[in-house]
Design a binder for this molecule. Sequence first.
Ligand code: ACO
Length: 436
Amino acid sequence: MKLADNKATLSFSNGSPSVELPVYKGTVGPDVIDIRKLYAQTGMFTYDPGFLSTAATQSSITYIDGDKGELLYRGYPIEQLATSCDFMETCHLLLYGDLPNADQKTKFTRTVTMHTMVNEQMQFFLRGFRRDAHPMAIMTGLVGALSAFYHDSTDINNPEHREIAAIRLIAKMPTLVAMAYKYSAGQPYMYPKNDLSYAGNFMRMMFATPCEDYHVSPVIERALDRIFILHADHEQNASTSTVRLCGSSGTNPFAAIAAGVACLWGPAHGGANEACLNMLEDIQKMGGVAKVGEFMEKVKDKNSGVRLMGFGHRVYKNYDPRAKLMQETCKEVLQELGLQNDPLFKLAMALEKIALEDEYFVSRKLYPNVDFYSGIVQRAIGIPVSLFTAIFALARTVGWIAQLNEMIADPEYKIGRPRQLFSGSTQRDVKPLAQR
Ligand code: ACO
């Protein structure tokens, strides 16, 4: 880490001696004040629930400038990656630090492709779930269970194990998501097919049946590939921080990623795409575009508990660059499928227009996030709403793994162990049961 020219001084109004704290500079973005010795020097902790001002790690993978609405993977703007690269190149970039050349791309894609099958026993494990179980409940179980199936790559301190686990997770996630879907639909599982692309193979495993040939539409394949690219990483978000915290105990990579899947499920995070589509469908049922004004009044009423799902972001205080790309993809997919007049898309556009002009949203810097349009795209492709977050998990796996491996390889890494401001009862004595 590079020291900045200045230092921070923390002084106290009660006359306690002030403390000088080092300041470090990143390559871009805010400097950080190093408080690691603060407790030893002052006997005090810092207090920052929700990590509003706390950098929990240094990282060289993804950079977001929330005010500008900028997202870079290893320095490359998301717009360039989404238009000039595919998901396999993006995975290589996130995992190894740079885009592959043609040979490296062929080799990496081949390696991933050769790991797409899952242990045949996995289907019996899957059979233990109810048919109507939520796919994210199933995915949390299946990903965690990978550590029971692949014992030979569970040592997080062994770089080779980490590498094999990374490839296995990236390769097997589409197979697992498709199996979870087929199980709920009561259809036979489709095995991966090695001559298809990562996205094409996923579509086939989802929508093909053994009864007839399946043709992968290039427009839909590209759209899905773009969804994967846009969701691949997003610096220290809740699920990534969960993966890091879980992995910091030395647990195996599959267990750490399963923790990430569980965290992603929440509606404030990855579950927002499902919640957003459900919201659009509810408004549609209420009367569609004509009811947008009424719905917006509810959103602005703090007592209603209603939020405009797919809007707002902890980091972006400007248009989420992924939302722009997703809106573009949404138009292409609807055009390809002859759904240009899709009522939910029209509704989403109407909501977006009103929100972008409304003082409530403008003053709070609330803009559409990636989830606002991704649900419409996935629904048009034929993906059931309850599977949206599982597809997000599939795409984010590479980011989780890259961040986990970066942490383990960092000589400064320690088990994550936050502290607290205790506000409970002080010591008291247990009374016998009859006196309580
Ligand atoms: N609709 C209405 N009001 C909102 C919304 C929204 N979607 N988002 C934030 N606000 C309001 C809050 O009520 C708050 O108002 P106040 O200052 O008057 O109290 C203000 O904007 C700030 O919001 P916070 O919740 O404090 O911001 P925070 O950074 O904690 O939350 C979050 C960010 C969770 C994403 C929030 O914007 C939200 O709930 N959005 C809807 C869910 C969603 O789309 N999540 C997807 C995130 S992106 C992703 O995971 C891929």
